[in-house]
Design a protein around this ligand. Structure first.
Ligand SMILES: Cc1ncc(COP(=O)(O)O)c(C=O)c1O
Length: 471
């Protein structure tokens, strides 16, 4: 075969109908990667800005942006261009060799953290969030010689085996045998549904007091009172709980938690995979709480959903080459040059933007519009958020009993693309989280306009109205 033929992209037309594709999917695709959660299976053809488009060209306003991986909008020109340019220069390179973008991106992240937290540290890359999480577990084990950690109830850290062991939901572990290093799960300060039935105004952080009581005597199983050593090496936190339902903790929670952890030499590991890169209106969500984490884990939006890249930043004492030598943890694609190039461009874009102002402003506007809708519908129980990480709990009319069925109906109506608003049929993409799967976790594009927020609220109102009629 001639070279020209070998290098040409195949122009043969793909000739599958929509229904044939669904048939093939049912037979040949694993269902284990979450696609089959919703009633309707959508095959999308294209995307732009805040919208996805299906095979009929129907428009779906996306209010979840790939679980907050596409913070900077679909088809972001600047980021796409950076990727395209890199494809033509250094698209592939084994990770044992260096390239400029990796060094520049690490430098930018480490220097930013040094300015923010007054701590020297280094950056280590991987590909997916859970893989980076695993790397952080290795850093913890390597430094402390211990393998047990605390984590929050409702926390989500990924689905590799190590990440599943510290993710609270038993459903994610049930089929996969014994998890000897399963975390000890501690109640998250979820004040709307306090596990201790307290009210925030009067509780004096009762949940934290209960955690602190674990250290009172060795018989509560976590600490040796003779030397004050804890069996648990670290506490994994999502500063704002993501999959758990975009729950914002009380302002003073983390500083008081950190005081307890410091007393027993327990590290605080900050999982920023979903909330990092300005989702909450700050570069890292933990910055809202005035504490310094020991390790930060990040992923998702670093590359706006283009070539995946994740990573950890750790304080120097955990990651300097003398304690964490070459090859301590590694993946073939870890610092892939396409990912680092887009990541670098994302960080530059952030530096040149006014997200610290625009994101809280848009979030406040979004919440105010949702609260107007809430006045009409008691089923919208809690509306809250920070930056552009917003939550809306769907309940019975009593405003408290979780209503998963109604939530699912709204999701399915959104996916049906049949919401009639402003004289046009459209769809709405919503993500559901929360302990009772009744929370809309809203993570729109950072470039969403007020007009699009209004459209989103109208589409949601229409879906809710129709879903209630069906009940
Ligand atoms: C807080 C948090 N940690 C870890 C993960 C896992 O990341 P990944 O799905 O890229 O493995 C996620 C994914 O949703 C997440 O939200």
């Amino acid at each position: 075969m001639r070279l020209k033929q070998l290098t040409r992209i195949s122009k043969r037309k793909k000739s599958f109908t929509h229904d044939q594709l669904l048939e093939l999917e049912a037979k040949y695709c694993s269902w284990g990667d979450t696609v089959h959660y919703a009633e309707k299976l959508n095959i999308f053809k294209s995307s732009a800005g805040s919208y996805l488009y299906d095979h009929q060209g129907r428009e779906y306003l996306d209010l979840q942006m790939w679980y907050s991986a596409v913070n900077f909008g679909y088809g972001n020109q600047r980021l796409n261009e950076a990727l395209k340019k890199q494809i033509d220069t250094l698209p592939q390179l084994a990770c044992q060799y260096l390239h400029e973008e990796k060094i520049q991106l690490s430098t930018k992240l480490a220097q930013r953290n040094q300015r923010t937290f007054e701590e020297k540290g280094r950056v280590h890359f991987n590909v997916g969030g859970a893989s980076a999480l695993e790397d952080s577990l290795k850093l913890v084990r390597n430094y402390s010689g211990r393998s047990l950690v605390f984590a929050f109830m409702g926390g989500y850290h990924g689905r590799t085996l190590g990440a599943s062991a510290i993710t609270s939901s038993f459903r994610y572990r049930e089929r996969f045998g014994h998890f000897g290093d399963r975390a000890m799960f501690v109640p998250y300060p979820y004040c709307f549904r306090c596990l201790y039935d307290k009210k925030r105004d009067f509780c004096d952080l009762y949940c934290l007091k209960q955690f602190e009581r674990l250290f009172e005597t060795e018989y509560y199983s976590v600490v040796n009172k003779k030397n004050n050593k804890c069996e648990f090496a670290a506490f994994y936190v999502e500063p704002v709980q993501g999959t758990g339902g975009y729950i914002v903790p009380p302002q003073e929670y983390y500083s008081e938690l950190k005081n307890i952890l410091d007393r027993y030499g327990i590290l605080l590991i900050d999982d920023e995979i979903q909330m990092g890169f300005f989702r909450t209106g700050k570069f890292w969500a933990i910055e809202h709480f005035n504490i310094t984490p020991d390790i930060i884990v990040f992923g998702k939006a670093l590359t706006n959903g283009l070539n995946p890249l994740s990573g950890v930043w750790a304080k120097e004492k955990f990651i300097s080459p003398d304690v964490f030598p070459p090859g301590s943890t590694h993946a073939t694609f870890s610092s892939n040059s396409l990912g680092t190039t887009v990541g670098l461009e994302v960080v530059k874009l952030i530096e040149e933007s006014d997200f610290a102002i625009s994101i809280p402003k848009k979030g406040r506007y979004f919440i105010s519009q949702l609260k107007k809708l809430q006045k009409k519908y008691p089923q919208i129980a809690d509306v809250d958020g920070i930056g552009l990480a917003l939550r809306m709990e769907i309940c019975e009319k009593d405003g408290y009993t979780p209503n998963k069925e109604l939530t699912d109906r709204i999701v399915n109506l959104g996916l049906s693309g049949s919401l009639n608003v402003r004289g046009k049929r459209r769809g709405l993409i919503l993500d559901v989280g929360g302990y009772y799967k009744n929370v809309f976790t809203i993570a729109p594009s950072f470039y969403i306009t007020e007009e699009e927020i209004d459209l989103g609220v109208e589409l949601f109102g229409e879906a809710l109205k129709r879903a209630l009629k069906k009940s």
